[in-house]
Design a protein around this ligand. Structure first.
Ligand code: FES
Length: 90
């Protein structure tokens, strides 16, 4: 069985949703020479392969802070925070 990551994403489209909600996505683990995936890689995967989601980033180098979000209950940078295969980031 392939490892995956569960990501819970806050969703709200006022043009069609009555209220905000969370949606869980199971993202397959992507082998990377670094040995980890970042939250930003997970969000890119969801956007490119599952459905459009909105998120922000710029430098991808932990400089600008635009990818700041809550990751596993703690504030962090999505482009910098390493995630582990089999993890659930809710
Ligand atoms: S994209 Fe700039 S800090 Fe993450």
């Amino acid at each position: 069985m392939t490892d995956s990551i569960i990501a819970r994403v806050f969703r709200y489209d006022p043009s069609k949703d009555d209220a905000p909600y969370y949606k869980d996505y199971e993202v397959p683990w992507q082998d990377d020479p670094s040995g980890f995936m970042t939250g930003l890689q997970v969000l890119h995967y969801i956007y490119e392969n599952m459905e459009p989601i909105v998120y922000d980033y710029n430098c991808r180098g932990s400089i600008c802070g635009r990818c700041s979000m809550v990751i596993d209950g703690e504030p962090g940078l999505a482009c910098y925070t390493p995630l582990k295969p089999g993890g659930a980031y809710l």
